[in-house]
Design a protein around this ligand. Structure first.
Ligand code: PLP
Length: 403
């Protein structure tokens, strides 16, 4: 394997629900859900039944031909998005295999729109893109160019030209959006960057500025979407005046099976023609049928209200821990089950201490512990996991270990 990852020692061999098991059959509570992916938990029975059934029926045909599921998934994405109070003029979807690809499609679509609109406006060079510090949009050249983290970008420079970066929730960022801008891409809640939420006010002003210069507004809900906040989309909490032209999703859409989607308005879609974009695997019947099932489950109001209930349990307990260690627990952030605990020091040793006690958590941003468990997690397991976290914090602080 190319050494792109540093992995701890456990080798995971199986999983059930919100638990993972290693080679020695040690059981771990999984508060990572494969980085906000396995929202229905591991080995969901109906997911497995569909996987089996569709594998025997039809896995792949390529996009040369129609199949029953790519269209069905696209239609359901549009319907559920509108039903959730999000993106009111969602119209069509492009189905792909991952988050980076969903964003790559979004950026290409924005470029195409910019080309057409620019030509109508005295041949304006309308190709620039604005994104935000602490964002993460992926590792392909386009999505990486929108991800202003020197650690990820510098080894691969020069990047795609025309990208500039503002600060989240800072009105000064609006100045970066000009007549030359074709698109603005933003996570309504930044995941990798440390669980930072864009305000309604900021998103409304981005929308307004995008309208003024005819730029496309793209919401990357790859991590914060699919029910994770207690609504189908994080932006479903915001008014219509903050809705995007393009919405990207992946991660939880396949509950572990690779699938992503780029949802667009009719206005955007009308500018994309045959041959503009494509993918061999994207939208294959197996991934699409699984996505269709997962989306149905994750948009269920009962499940979404469960997410909000579990969020209260998490926040209540985390706030108790903050009272116990006020200097160390700086802030509890997030919504639903995308939560960040801002610590005053490097949590690497804490993550290890938790893992050694049977709990998996991940970090984000700067000194943030990120909690993104399965959305079906039950209260008993949340409490059990948080008890392990508390024990781990105790041991971590007693050691006085900072790294
Ligand atoms: N966008 C966001 C917000 C993400 O969190 C991620 C992955 O962490 C991506 C894009 C990239 O997705 P993928 O790793 O599936 O390419």
């Amino acid at each position: 394997m190319v050494a792109t990852y540093s992995r701890p020692t456990p080798i995971f061999t199986k999983a059930q629900g919100v638990h993972l098991y290693d080679l020695e059959n040690r059981k771990y509570i999984d508060f990572t859900a494969g980085i906000a992916v396995t929202a229905l938990g591991h080995s969901d029975a109906e997911f497995l039944r569909i996987l089996n059934d569709q594998s025997r029926t039809l896995i792949h045909t390529s996009n040369l031909y129609h199949n029953p599921w790519t269209g069905s998934l696209s239609k359901l994405l549009v319907e559920k998005t509108k039903e959730s109070g999000g993106m009111h003029d969602a119209s069509r979807a492009f189905i792909c295999n991952s988050g980076s690809e969903a964003n790559e499609a979004a950026l290409k679509f924005a470029r195409k729109v910019g080309k057409i609109v620019g030509a109508q406006k005295n041949n304006l060079n309308k190709y620039e893109v604005v994104s935000f510090h602490n964002s993460f949009h992926g590792r392909t050249m386009g999505s990486l160019s929108a991800t202003p983290n020197p650690k990820y970008q510098e080894p691969f420079s020069p990047l795609v030209p025309g990208f500039s970066y503002g600060n989240l929730n800072d009105q000064k960022a609006l100045d970066l959006i000009t007549e030359n801008t074709c698109g603005v891409i933003i996570e309504p809640i930044q995941g990798e960057g440390g669980i930072h939420t864009a305000t309604s006010e900021f998103l409304v002003s981005l929308r307004k500025k995008c309208n003024e210069v005819s730029a496309v507004l793209i919401y990357d809900e790859i991590q914060c979407g699919m029910g994770r906040t207690g609504k189908l989309w994080a932006h479903s909490y915001h008014p219509k005046e903050a809705h995007p032209d393009i919405l990207t999703t992946a991660k939880a859409l396949g509950n572990g099976f690779p699938v992503g989607a780029t949802i667009v308005t009719e206005e955007v879609s009308s500018k994309i023609v045959v041959g503009d974009h494509g993918t061999t695997f994207g939208g294959n019947p197996l991934a699409s049928r699984l996505g269709h099932y997962v989306l149905g489950r994750l948009s269920d109001p009962a499940l979404l209200s469960h997410v909000n209930e579990m969020s209260k349990v998490f926040k209540g307990k985390l706030k108790q821990m903050q009272k116990r260690w006020p200097g160390v627990f700086v802030e509890i952030r997030g919504k639903g089950l995308i939560l960040g605990v801002q610590l005053d020091r490097d949590p690497t040793a804490l993550v290890k201490a938790a893992r050694e006690r049977g709990l998996l958590v991940i970090t984000a941003g700067k000194n943030t512990v990120r909690l993104v468990p399965a959305l079906v997690i039950e209260e008993k397991v949340v409490e059990e996991g948080l008890k392990i976290l508390e024990d781990a914090v105790e041991a971590w602080l007693a050691q006085g270990v900072e790294t």
